[in-house]
Design a protein around this ligand. Structure first.
Ligand SMILES: Nc1ncnc2c1ncn2[C@@H]1O[C@H](COP(=O)(O)OP(=O)(O)OP(=O)(O)O)[C@@H](O)[C@H]1O
Ligand SMILES: [Mg+2]
Length: 362
């Protein structure tokens, strides 16, 4: 097939530093996070492009598609993308574009492709948009009684204390742990108000304020459609490896400062070593969430157990991260490897699921 690969590529790190020196958001972030990290890793501080892919990832996806016998054209998801897609008229698009502007930025390429009637991998613009707004996603889960923590959103601080603590505070619509720092776990009203101010100042959006789900954490890669959705081997995120002095959360500091290619934390166990009963419950809750949100082809679902060992959905990624180098801890490729698929086979499996679904739909 003639394929297009739609993506957003991370800027070169030097360019990031240059632009972030001028960026007030970056200096705002510095105010809030651990001083030692700010001093030791200034180049990792700017999370503006955290969700985007590196050229290494984009090349790896392209390579996998070409090895699968397809012709592949790169199309960067910028404001020229619509015209390029219209002119190229590919048979199919492999979409990993995260977008840049607005809460529904991940929906923009899917919406363009829907308008052009070009089939593509992954969820449609509605589902991707809903999952990217964590409160909208939680509203749907709650409607279907799929466990997730109680929440509200706010961009104003509180002056009365009728809230129970701890609370978990995160930006309403970000991914890759953008804006989720050690301070996101708020133990009192002052900490909560600080977080609401931080999220407003640094990310210009309301804070999602959730009950803290304190148990074990997992992430679950899903592949396929309808009755044939496969739950790939469940990955446990071993939060015991979070360095002392930091909260047991999979924060931006843990993902991007502590767990690096040079200094890999032994943070994942796949398949998770848990009782059959809990394993089965995790699979069940992921299948239900996938179904009610009408996710297509693939996704990665984050889970934490509550104090009664009930798996709660933390959030859903219909465009999961897919770093190709096993030294970079990336959960979807890791789960795929445990299911017997190397990187190339995994990419082709996603494409094949999408093609099959598309031929059944049309
Ligand atoms: N309500 C919660 N209770 C406990 N921990 C939470 C909660 N919400 C988030 N976390 C912690 O923060 C981490 C990041 O949160 P979340 O998955 O929502 O962010 P994200 O930026 O969308 O992540 P991703 O990198 O998967 O896109 C989780 O993996 C978990 O460790
Ligand atoms: Mg997550």
């Amino acid at each position: 097939m003639n394929l297009a690969l739609t993506y957003n590529v991370k800027k070169e790190i030097e360019e990031q530093i240059r632009s972030s020196a001028k960026d007030s958001k970056n200096s705002a972030t510095q105010k809030y996070i651990n001083k030692e990290l700010v001093e030791n890793y200034p180049e990792r501080l700017d999370d503006t492009f955290a969700e985007w892919d590196s050229m290494e990832t984009i090349d790896a996806v392209k390579n996998a598609l070409e090895l699968g016998g397809h012709e592949v054209t790169h199309i960067e998801a910028d404001d020229n993308a619509y015209k390029k897609l219209k002119d190229l008229k590919p048979d199919f698009v492999f979409n990993v574009a995260e977008g840049f502007y607005g809460a529904s930025r991940e929906s923009q390429i899917p919406a363009m492709l829907e308008m052009l009637n070009i089939p593509f991998t992954g969820s449609d613009s509605i589902t991707i948009g809903i999952c990217h707004d964590k409160s909208r996603c939680k509203e749907i889960l709650s409607y279907y009684k799929i466990p997730n923590s109680k929440f509200f959103i706010s961009n104003i601080q509180f002056d009365t204390n009728n809230l129970e603590f701890p609370k978990f505070v995160k930006p309403l619509h970000e991914g890759s742990s953008k804006g989720i720092y050690n301070s996101s776990l708020a133990n009192n009203l002052k900490e909560l108000n600080n977080e609401i101010a931080r999220i407003k100042e640094c990310y210009n959006q309301p804070a999602l304020i959730e009950d803290f789900v304190s148990g074990k954490e997992f992430t679950v890669a899903m592949l396929g459609n309808g009755e044939n959705v496969k739950v790939l081997p469940v990955v446990e995120v071993n939060l015991d490896f979070v360095p002392d002095g930091f909260n047991k959360i999979y924060s931006y500091e843990v993902k991007w400062f502590f767990d690096t290619r040079e200094n890999q934390l032994d943070i994942f166990t796949c398949p998770a070593k848990i009782s059959e009963e809990i394993y089965r419950r995790i699979e069940e809750v992921c299948r239900e969430a996938y179904k009610v949100l009408r996710i297509r082809d693939w996704a990665r679902i984050d889970i934490r157990l509550d104090k009664n060992n009930i798996p709660n959905i933390i959030e859903i990624n219909p465009l999961p991260g897919i770093l190709p180098d096993p030294r970079d801890n990336s959960c979807y490729p890791k789960a795929a490897r445990h299911a017997g698929m190397d990187y190339n086979a995994m990419i082709i499996a996603v494409l094949n699921e999408a093609v099959k679904r598309n031929s059944q739909d049309s």
